[in-house]
Design a protein around this ligand. Structure first.
Ligand code: NAD
Length: 470
């Protein structure tokens, strides 16, 4: 069985630590690789390499950095199928879904890197009497990218573009549960040695990386719990972090919408990737006028989410990432049922190998149940019937999380009112996607630090103002 290695300064090296853990295929429960669990020494070496490589990388013309990132993106796109197969093996995502997202993420890397060509790294503003102010935006130096397992390759690519195109170097730490796709991704790069370094492991690698004084920014994507630790650590060092954390996203289904079409859209929002998307719909508030038809259609839609190994062409719903994640989903459903909820679809652990859980629809809930208050990260659609759009808006907004929210309505006044939802993104009559210009900052416990388009470059650089007398 393969023991995975770190990539440090362009060289593949075994971990200096002595702890390893198995990577398990969640569809078969077979061990598919052995992964280092991380050591401070691995991290120190990776940061050394990132620091060493940074001045030469930053000295390249922007267009050359962008060109190299764009070429890497093309290579990734050409290997999207292979990378999707690896993701399927390490965390269960159906191959077709994985391939589509990796293709999109490679394109996203290209677009994000190309935004550097229009970004004002240097700008001179004339002052009165011939004076001037020049604002220079320099890279931060060596930075860290720490990602989760739910979209292993897209999460990495989503963070790298602006950081690298600005002239920073990166130490990348993928999730300990999905390290194989990150290894393959790094095999496909021809960026100069040390520009991106890969260090494998869990918090045993993540914590020393976050604590390293030479790291100018930590771009962290993961749970609220770990995000708090990362934020505390970077705060103590007075360095930046971007924290993209968990959610409990609401969807509102207003009176006057097509219940069937909306149910199909909500099924996708709740069940896609087995509900393991930070912006999965995890609370559904439906107006009583359309509730009966909507719930019936949602139950019908759930039945079309065929469970299976993500390598099989007929599979729509792969397994959950591991036993721990499925236990959490079971706990949420059990809590709801014990307190009066009704299971309308799914809601059981299938027999046999693999960490499968079916698309599940719950009704007769109240806002205090675990499935309504804590992130579930499973294919569960909890549906609450409300008497008015106002009630839906109020209950949807009453959460400590604030990643995204989705509103389905035909009423222009309700479309306008959707902006009152405290979330980084509000989708109206669509889920996911957006325009070319992005600006996004999670609300509440879902994180902090604005990213997207120009904001991502602002975060990846530090301004110095040079005031020159006439
Ligand atoms: P996690 O917090 O357990 O792990 C995320 C990453 O952080 C992993 O690489 C892990 O090894 C590392 N880590 C853990 N403890 C650390 C520490 N103390 N210091 C530094 N690094 C540490 O999360 P997960 O279970 O891998 O991922 C699921 C979570 O990620 C969910 O809450 C989901 O909503 C969230 N997520 C958020 C977004 C977003 O954009 N907001 C996107 C995807 C996933």
């Amino acid at each position: 069985m393969k023991t995975l290695q770190n990539l440090i300064g362009g060289t593949w090296e075994g971990s200096r630590g002595d702890a390893f853990h198995p990577v398990v295929n969640p569809a078969t429960e077979e061990v598919v690789a052995s992964c280092p669990s991380g050591s401070p020494e691995d991290v120190r070496l990776a940061v050394d390499a990132a620091v060493r490589a940074q001045p030469a990388w930053a000295a390249l013309p922007v267009a050359e950095r962008v060109g190299r990132l764009s070429r890497w993106a093309d290579t990734i796109a050409a290997h999207a199928g292979e990378l999707a197969e690896i993701e399927c093996r390490e965390m269960g995502k159906p191959v077709a879904l994985g391939r589509a997202f990796i293709g999109g993420a490679a394109q996203g890397l290209k677009v994000a890197a190309a935004e550097a060509l229009d970004y004002a790294f240097e700008e001179t503003i004339p002052g009165p009497d011939g004076s001037s102010t020049t604002i220079v935006r320099n890279p931060l130096g060596a930075t860290a990218v720490i990602v989760p397992w739910n979209f292993p390759v897209p999460m990495i690519l989503g963070a790298l573009g602006p950081l690298l195109a600005s002239g920073n170097t990166v130490v990348l730490k993928p999730s300990e549960r999905s390290p194989m796709s990150a290894v393959r991704l790094m095999e496909l790069t021809d960026l100069p040695p040390g520009v991106v370094n890969l260090v494998l492991g869990d918090a045993r690698a993540g914590a020393p990386l976050t604590a390293d004084e030479r790291i100018g920014l930590v771009h962290f994507t993961g749970s609220v719990e770990a995000g708090r630790k990362v934020g505390a650590q970077t705060g103590a060092r007075l360095r930046r972090s971007i924290l993209e954390l968990g959610g409990k996203d609401p969807a509102i289904v207003d009176a006057g919408v097509d219940p069937k079409a909306t149910a199909a859209a909500v099924a996708f929002g709740a069940f896609a990737n087995s509900g393991q998307i930070c912006t999965s719909m995890e609370r559904v508030y439906v107006h009583r006028d359309v509730a009966e038809e909507f719930i019936e259609a949602l139950v019908e839609a759930a039945a079309t989410y065929t469970l299976g190994d993500g390598h099989d062409a007929g599979t729509v719903l792969g397994p959950l990432v591991d036993r721990r994640q499925r236990d959490l989903v079971v706990r949420h459903v059990t809590d709801a049922v014990e307190r009066g909820a009704t299971i309308r679809a799914g809601g059981f652990v299938p027999e046999g190998k693999g960490f499968f859980y079916p698309a599940t629809v719950l009704t007769d809930l109240d806002d205090s149940m675990l499935v309504m208050t804590e992130e579930t990260f499973g294919p569960i659609a909890p549906v609450i019937v409300v008497s008015s759009f106002e009630e839906a808006l109020e209950r949807a907004g009453a959460s400590r999380f604030g990643l995204a929210a989705t509103v389905y309505t035909a009423d222009p006044a309700h479309m306008a009112a959707a902006r009152r939802l405290p979330a980084g993104v509000v989708w109206v009559n669509q889920w996911q996607g957006g325009g070319p210009e992005r600006l996004y900052e999670p609300a509440g416990d879902s994180g902090m630090g604005a990213t997207g388009s120009r904001a991502a470059y602002d975060a990846a650089t530090r301004p110095t103002s040079i005031h020159t007398a006439p």
